[in-house]
Design a protein around this ligand. Sequence first.
Ligand code: COA
Length: 367
Amino acid sequence: MTASGLEGVVVADTQLSDVDGERGRLVIRGHDVEALALAHDFEAACGLLWTGAVPDAAAHAELRARLGRARLRAFARLPRLGDALDAADGMEALRAALAHLRASQIPAGELHTELTGAVAVFAAAWARRARAAAPLAPDPELGHAADYLRMASAHGSDPERSRALDAYLVTVVDHGMNASTFTARVVASTESDPVSAVVAALGALKGPLHGGAPGPVLAMLDEIGSPERARAWIEAELAAGRRIMGMGHRVYRVRDPRAAVLERAVERLRATGLRSDRLDLARAVEAVAVGSLGERRPERRLAANVEFYTAVILDALGLPQELFSPTFAVARVAGWLAHVDEQRRGGRLIRPASRYVGPQPETPVAA
Ligand code: COA
């Protein structure tokens, strides 16, 4: 059986982002991810992806206000989501909740903000419901990151933590032809609607090999507990044939540049007085994991990916572990929508081929 996983296959020309796996570089519409995350907030990254340029002050304010209004509309919709938010898994809840949106009822110019606003509000409402708390109404005056944090985190939001969440959301907003983005483009290529593309993409993001990894990374750090236990724990996992979550990547052969951006964002948070004991532990575990994986597979360099430090930063921001994957979706939905647009503009129906290796009919059809 061929198991290429489409590795190295080019399926689209894109202006949205470029992942250089050899040099460990991620470019988002002409901007290095480090520079973008350092200088800009989530709204700016949305504007960049959706229009091709970082918005100027007036366009930024307008986008921020439109996102705020979209969050309010999503909140008003909560009572009409049936039992969608009852799901025990946050990604299942989000998928079911978003499926209630109808593209035909959303003005075309508002589709991006409507869906982006809805993901944040539904994810936050699910997290509070899981803690038996009523959802908090959005504050449309706030930036998207600050408002999401206020609605979702047990610690509420403050400027420093909101800035760190902005850095996270910008860092993961888009990333080449990853599995969920490809899913969104496949759906868009059939001329289906953007809501369907986003719902399908969420399904792909949910898997532990994609957006489902940071929860298990945190669980791993908790199980390891202290740096001196890391080697024995990692070796036992590898000996049992299990993968180390947060390590390895389909494209990167060096450390994922996004891991460094998030690591620095946690460092900045610490400089403001916030405690994150897990940062030191994560660094120690990463070093041990790189060493152990390198000894076993010297030919394929397995380094930390974005999910390793996603676990550390989202935990430091007071977001519960079960909200890590939904929070990834809060950012990535903006990238999916940009890809849906791009696919619709210039793409063709995505319909690859398969090689049939099953049995042939016993009786040949008469000629
Ligand atoms: N821990 C242990 N071994 C790993 C590993 C990990 N995290 N990642 C890859 N490997 C090993 C595989 O077991 C495989 O070994 P084999 O050839 O003996 O079977 C080899 O490296 C190649 O892995 P492969 O699955 O072909 O790579 P991929 O490109 O398909 O996988 C990931 C990329 C991300 C799915 C993979 O590295 C992984 O599962 N990582 C852990 C999950 C994770 O962090 N996901 C978030 C991604 S951003």
